[in-house]
Design a binder for this molecule. Structure first.
Ligand code: PDD
Length: 274
């Protein structure tokens, strides 16, 4: 497939990055994953705004103007296979001698690839486990430094689960790679934005769409006990959309089937995507 690396469009096999890239030595960079439907980049403005914010929080300037990001993404989406794709883009602080300390002269490394995206079929429901949130204090930054999340997803997969739902000081933060919603007496709740969780683009859209469709949805802290007694649990992300969690730590969630509010939300989301 065609990828973008520092100004060049090249085949993935041809792309080369120095082992001294700070992304490699320090995990010093940020990223975005953006879905493409019918060759149209979905929620591009929101993803580019979040990227801008992640960069600012790690003391980096955005290496490219918005128009240039759009031009590059358009070309990749046009030339790569699949009407539906998922874009992975990452910006690192660039190549430098291995020194924790950085300076303003460093040239960012920009890498972008896409792959075909299958429409998810979430109707069967999925399992999740609950784990302590072992990540750092700045989870609102979409950092490429993902070792805790990798280990948590590994634990989930060893338990036959799709996701690890994380708890910090008794409160649900998010999934290792998703945001979390719960339903209780016909109402939907999701933890408010904070430095403990990523402000998911899907999360924001789901809140907006539910409210527009007359389903009560509020941002409110969710204690672990409330998660465990919820009628429904959903996780959301750009590539997975809205996934009903029907088994939590081996116990049925509600009836053990995807719930009525999930059915409704998934339909609203599907219609909006078209
Ligand atoms: N992950 N929280 C975390 C920790 C995430 O990594 C993600 C996305 C989300 C959901 O965000 P969004 O709705 O903007 O996709 C929440 C991406 C998909 C990934 O790392 O592959």
């Amino acid at each position: 497939s065609l990828v973008y690396l520092n100004g060049d469009f090249v085949a993935l096999e041809e792309a080369r990055i120095s082992p001294l890239d700070r992304g490699f030595t320090f995990g010093d960079g940020v990223y975005e994953v953006i879905p493409v439907y019918n060759r149209r980049v979905f929620r591009l403005k929101e993803h580019l705004e979040r990227l801008e914010n992640s960069l600012k929080l790690i003391y980096m300037r955005n290496p490219l103007p918005v128009e240039e990001w759009k031009r590059i993404l358009d070309r990749l989406v046009t030339e790569n296979a699949g009407d539906d794709q998922s874009i992975y883009l990452q910006v690192t602080r660039g190549v430098s001698p291995r020194d924790h300390v950085f300076n303003d002269e460093m040239q960012a490394t920009v890498f972008i690839m896409t792959k075909p995206l299958e429409q998810p079929d979430n109707s069967a429901g999925s399992a999740a486990i609950v784990r302590p949130d072992i990540r750092w204090q700045w989870c609102h930054i979409k950092a490429i430094t993902l070792l805790p999340s990798v280990l948590l997803r590994h634990e989930a997969s060893l338990s036959g689960a799709r996701e690890a739902i994380l708890v910090n000081q008794g409160l649900v933060t998010e999934g290792a790679a998703s945001n979390v919603f719960i339903c209780e007496s016909g109402k939907v709740l999701t933890p408010p934005k904070s430095r403990q969780l990523l402000p998911g683009i899907t999360r924001d859209l789901v809140i907006e769409l539910l409210q527009q469709n007359g389903i009560e949805c509020s941002e409110y802290p969710v204690p672990e006990t409330q998660l465990r007694s919820a009628d429904e649990i959903w996780i959301t992300s750009s590539t997975q959309e809205i996934v009903p969690i029907t088994v939590l730590d081996g116990e049925m969630v509600g009836s053990g089937q995807p719930g009525p509010l999930w059915q409704h939300a998934a339909r609203i989301y599907r219609d909006f995507k078209q």
